[in-house]
Design a protein around this ligand. Structure first.
Ligand code: MG
Length: 396
């Protein structure tokens, strides 16, 4: 028996909560396309994201540690899978559209440049007179313009609700309906993917920082998010020590955050009395949230990570050296646009020189950029990632 798309859409109306975004109610795509016989629009969007080149490149982009620094440190791709997984858990528990929430999670970092936070800051400076850089806007640009997979339109031509979800922290959200209103918030599915991103990086950055010995467990004693969870784990498993203890505290920290968001959001949704996805968009505040106490703990954790991990000399030093190369490659393309590939050069008329160079460079993986730098400047450099790994091993 083959289920048709009509049947799958009808099933969503029965199974999902009233305030979930149903695929059958999508506002559609920028370039109209015939519907698929047995896949919903969001299932189709998920496939488009997974099959994109930008998605595959996430494997070789820095999350916090320069790509290649350690085999089990997170990359942008493993981060993305962790976000998608947490997103699905929260979405399913709240009766939301898991397919939609998952696509937003899978696509949320497609616009991230090489070399993590430092790469983002470098590119923002390089583009300061040309509109700056925001990785959320760039994710949208990747799926709307940069990916070239289909003969009839540029980009992946994703559904309106997925594009809405990628405009994280936007001031307002446009409707695609003729005469439709701007709204203050996106769907609950987008709000879930947004918060799942935070839950994911708080926990895995702590995990990677401890694993790579940039953070010491004793530094975390004053952090509420860590200490409350650790006390509970030590009580339940008094024999756990060292790496085993740490791994289980991280696991429980994620579980605590997810459970808190599900509980808090469910109560807020009920209190708001929203009955539809449009009610959610028009409501005065976001409905997916942490409890006040966990939000305070996470603010403290975030400050700690910025101070002690993201700008730790061993992280920032390696990333800064790589970003200097990023600046040099950027300048080389501006000076000699003929160095850009043919497909990229074709976009020059639409975007202008700076934006075209920027799109090209920001799409690069860490290792491609390092190789390109060596090629352009005819230097045989060892990739910074390998140098960092060696020096890290020496320090252990
Ligand atoms: Mg992210």
């Amino acid at each position: 028996m083959i289920r048709t798309r009509d049947e799958l859409e009808a099933q969503e109306r029965v199974v999902l909560a009233s305030y979930a975004q149903k695929s059958g109610d999508s506002e559609g795509r920028i370039h109209p396309e015939p519907k698929h016989p047995h896949r919903t629009d969001y299932q189709r969007d998920r496939a488009r994201v997974i099959h994109s080149r930008a998605f595959r490149r996430l494997e070789y982009k820095t999350q916090v540690f320069l790509n290649g620094t350690g085999d089990h440190l997170r990359t942008r791709l493993t981060h993305t899978f962790e976000v998608a997984n947490i997103t699905r858990t929260i979405a399913r528990a709240l009766g939301l559209n898991e397919d939609l929430a998952e696509v937003i999670a899978l696509a949320h970092d497609l616009g991230h440049p090489p070399f993590g936070h430092t790469g983002e800051e470098t590119l923002d400076e390089l583009m300061c007179d040309h509109g700056g850089f925001d990785h959320n806007e760039q994710s949208l640009r990747v799926v709307d313009v940069i990916e070239l997979r289909y003969p009839k339109f540029p980009g992946l031509n994703l559904s309106h609700e997925v594009r809405e979800g990628l405009q994280k922290h936007a001031r307002f959200y446009e409707s695609a309906k003729p005469g439709g209103k701007r709204t203050a918030h996106p769907s609950l599915e987008a709000q879930v993917a947004n918060l799942a991103d935070e839950i994911t990086y708080y926990s895995h950055d702590l995990d990677d920082g401890l694993d790579f010995k940039l953070l010491e467990p004793k530094q975390l004693a004053g952090l509420e998010a860590w200490s409350v969870t650790e006390v509970q784990v030590r009580r339940d498993f008094p024999g756990l020590k060292g790496a085993d203890l740490r791994a289980y505290v991280i696991r429980c920290l994620i579980d605590r955050q997810v459970a808190d968001v599900i509980r808090t959001s469910s109560a807020r949704i009920e209190a708001a009395g929203v009955r539809s996805a449009d009610d959610v968009r028009a409501y005065s505040r976001p409905l997916i949230a942490y409890s006040d106490s966990l939000r305070r703990a996470n603010v403290q954790l975030r400050k700690f990570l910025y101070k002690n991990l993201y700008y730790h000399p061993r992280v920032a030093g390696a990333n800064k050296a790589a970003c200097d190369m990023l600046g040099e490659v950027f300048a080389a393309y501006l000076k000699k646009p003929e160095l850009l590939g043919e497909a990229t050069a074709r976009r020059m008329d639409d975007g202008g020189l700076h934006r075209t160079v920027f799109d090209y460079v920001s799409g690069m993986t860490d290792r491609y950029l390092l190789d390109e730098h060596a090629r352009l400047f005819k230097k045989s450099r060892k990739p910074a990632a390998k140098r960092t790994a060696k020096s890290a091993r020496r320090k252990k």
